[in-house]
Write a protein that binds this ligand. Structure first.
Ligand code: F6P
Length: 359
């Protein structure tokens, strides 16, 4: 058996743990493993396919990033290249990718990705390339799994950052707004906001009314609490409004989220007259060593992916279904981002603790 591994899309702490687990558990079955560098680019552009054995994966479980590199410009169905005039165009190179995969004698692709990368993997699977998926993203928005690896580390980083904002906010009698990642979902913002005792948490699933946000800040003021912490998910938006995006500037570079934090901070300053500052935590949430939860989840996912290959369970994704690691069909989960349920316990916890969700 020859397994190829790809890591596409944004990196997430725990990727290297998954790679190590796939390599060691496959090696123990006498199988070979190869890593495709930078998503699918390694196969399509000659950027490299590297053999992975125990020596190559020694000492990487606790490291962030991915030893294979990654890209979010590597979709083989929408490959960006230059035409004769130098303009960027999109072409479909999926057939070429599948042919190259087969030419190398690979039997299965273990695709480690978030929803975007798993959608690509599923389309390749539908075209005849055998795939087992592993859900990865700090955003925790992949359907069919209670957790993705990377989320716990991002959450820990965000919680520590908010903890550090409390004393400076209090010292200056300021409102501190912190914008956190998560795309169209508020998992990081809700969990970190509640854990770090923020006063307001705004998530995309609950459109906010800025006047209610300011009401909370003024109520605190009246109680003698002259500072507030406001956590804003990057995809959050007002009741009458849409998410704030930074426009992509080239073919293949999609719009990305960013900017709602400073808009909220500006509105709070205008309405309340309070000195307000905004912090965008950004890619710090993707960096650093994975927490022990993410390391273990990564190792469990990687070994479960090899069990899925051994069982011939192709077209599936391994998933966290506590206390077990299970499997779901990729067909059932891709393209359906997992939102924070409005009636979930953590939303209820926030409300009972008096955290304003802006509604
Ligand atoms: O999906 C992970 C993520 O970090 C999102 O939370 C964020 O919106 C996006 O990736 C940022 O992507 P990039 O690395 O392209 O800036």
């Amino acid at each position: 058996m020859r397994i190829a591994i790809s890591t596409g899309g944004g990196d997430a702490p725990g990727l290297n743990a998954v790679i190590r687990a796939v390599v060691l558990s496959a090696h123990n079955l006498g199988w070979e493993v190869f890593g495709i560098r930078r998503g699918y680019r390694g196969l399509l552009t000659g950027e490299g396919v590297i053999p992975l054995g125990p020596d190559e994966v020694r000492g990487i479980t606790h490291t962030g990033g991915t030893i294979l590199g990654t890209t979010n410009r590597g979709n083989p169905f929408r490959w960006v290249e230059k035409d004769d005039t130098g303009s960027e165009i999109e072409v479909d190179r999926s057939d070429e990718l599948i042919a190259k995969f087969k030419d190398r004698g690979f039997d299965v692709l273990v695709a480690i990705g978030g929803d975007g990368s798993l959608q690509i993997a599923y389309r390749l699977h539908q075209k005849g390339l055998p795939v087992v998926g592993v859900p990865k993203t700090i955003d925790n928005d992949v359907a069919g799994t209670l957790r993705t690896f990377g989320f716990d580390t991002a959450l820990t980083t965000a919680t520590e950052a908010i903890d550090k904002l409390h004393p400076t906010a209090e010292a200056h009698d300021r409102v501190m707004v912190v914008e956190l990642m998560g795309r169209n979902t508020g998992w990081i913002a809700l969990y970190a906001g509640v854990a770090a005792t923020a006063d307001v948490v705004l998530i995309p699933e609950i459109p906010f009314d800025i006047n209610k946000v300011c009401r909370k800040i003024c109520d605190r003021e009246e109680q003698g609490l002259r500072y507030s912490i406001v956590v804003v998910a990057e995809g959050a938006h007002p009741v009458e409004g849409t998410a704030v995006l930074v426009e992509g500037n080239r073919a293949g570079v999609a719009d990305r989220f960013g900017g709602i934090g400073s808009q909220v901070a500006g509105a709070i300053a205008d309405i309340t007259g309070k000195e307000t500052r905004c912090l965008v935590l950004g890619h710090l949430q993707r960096g650093g060593a994975p927490t022990s939860f993410d390391r273990l989840l990564g190792l469990r996912f990687g070994t479960a992916a090899v069990r899925a290959v051994a069982d011939g369970a192709l077209g599936t994704m391994v998933c966290y279904d506590p206390p077990d690691i299970g499997r779901v069909s990729l067909a059932e989960v891709v393209g359906k981002p997992k939102l924070v349920p409005l009636d979930c316990d953590t939303v209820q916890t926030a409300r009972q603790l008096g955290v304003s969700l802006g509604d």
